[in-house]
Design a protein around this ligand. Structure first.
Ligand code: CP
Length: 308
């Protein structure tokens, strides 16, 4: 296996196919740790992982913390509301302050696109992007790839539909980059007001009819409506959005019979996905959550665990 030569994990763009394969292979070998009675190995003993979340999170934050703890790293958690940024401290001063305490790795989620990249340039510690504005959410895309590979085998040649608020979704952007890199065919669907004008430059098919978009697909990924990132209402009402674009049983019947349904969470049940689909035997949404721990263990190990 070739080596993983990165200080930071900021985007899918920075990763080669070989880098992605390494992350998925390491995650696969570490996944069994999650199900042990004693969930602890000494791999990252003596390392410090700081979790810095400027936006709310359940899955990403918890899974990074669990991943770090399984590998015996010490963790510190900071939220924006409880940090001195509330008193006017700049992001750069906050970063310099954190650097002075010599963390090994900083996991950051921020509402501004590019904030983790800015921090990575100004800190010696490794930086992992846990979601920056509408730009990228690379670790979500990697756990999505892991889940697809686990359920479907090879990713190359699969037909994937991504349905919803493409324009405001960092998950959509990272998923598209990752799936295309690994050889999948990707179709995106959503209201025209939620479709970035340059989306075709990413090599995807655009289909405004979600029923056509899911036809004969192997994988359907639903996206959360990002109301917090929309400056104006981009559709008349949530009910109308649900009627046109909500993933429902009829859509499920148009996919391949063994297609899987994914959603990064948190879900707006009854809006972008109906409960009977989210809870169906085709849904792998909770597998995605479990796999998030495995993939994040792999990322921590590859960035600060292996001696370079
Ligand atoms: N998928 C995801 O990033 O979920 P959280 O916002 O709960 O971390």
């Amino acid at each position: 296996m070739s080596t993983f030569e990165h200080k930071d994990l900021l985007s899918i763009k920075q990763l080669s196919i070989s880098d992605i394969q390494i992350i998925l292979e390491v995650a696969n070998s570490l996944k069994e740790l999650i199900h042990r009675d004693i969930k602890k190995v000494p791999t990252l003993r003596g390392k410090n992982v700081t979790l810095f979340f400027y936006e709310p999170s359940t899955r990403t934050r918890t899974s990074f913390e669990i991943a770090a703890k399984i590998l015996s790293a010490d963790t510190v958690s900071i939220s924006a509301s409880a940090s001195s940024m509330q008193k006017g401290e700049t992001l750069l001063d906050t970063v310099k302050t954190l650097q002075a305490m010599n963390p090994d790795l900083l996991v950051i989620r921020h509402s501004s696109s590019g904030a983790p990249h800015f921090i990575a340039k100004n800190i010696k510690a490794s930086v992992v992007n846990a979601g920056d504005g509408i730009n990228e959410h690379p670790t979500q895309a990697l756990l999505d790839l892991f889940t697809i590979k686990e359920k479907k085998g090879d990713i190359k040649g699969l037909n994937v539909a991504i349905i919803g608020d493409i324009a405001h979704s960092r998950v959509a952007r990272s998923d598209i980059l990752a799936l295309k890199k690994m050889g999948a065919d990707v179709t995106v669907s959503g209201p025209p007001t939620m479709m970035p004008p340059d989306i075709e430059s990413l090599g995807v098919n655009v289909c405004y009819d979600p029923y056509e978009a899911v036809r004969n697909k192997d994988v359907v990924i639903g996206l959360r409506i990002q109301l917090e990132r929309q400056r104006t209402f981009l559709f008349p009402s949530l009910r109308e959005y649900a009627n046109f674009f909500g993933i429902n049983r009829k859509m499920l019947e148009l996919t391949k019979p063994d297609a899987i349904i994914m959603h990064p969470g948190p879900m707006n049940r009854g809006v972008e996905i109906m409960s009977d689909v989210a809870d169906s035997n085709r849904s792998v949404i909770l597998d995605q959550v479990t796999n998030g721990v495995a993939v994040r263990m792999a990322i921590l190990y590859l960035l600060i665990g292996s001696q370079k």
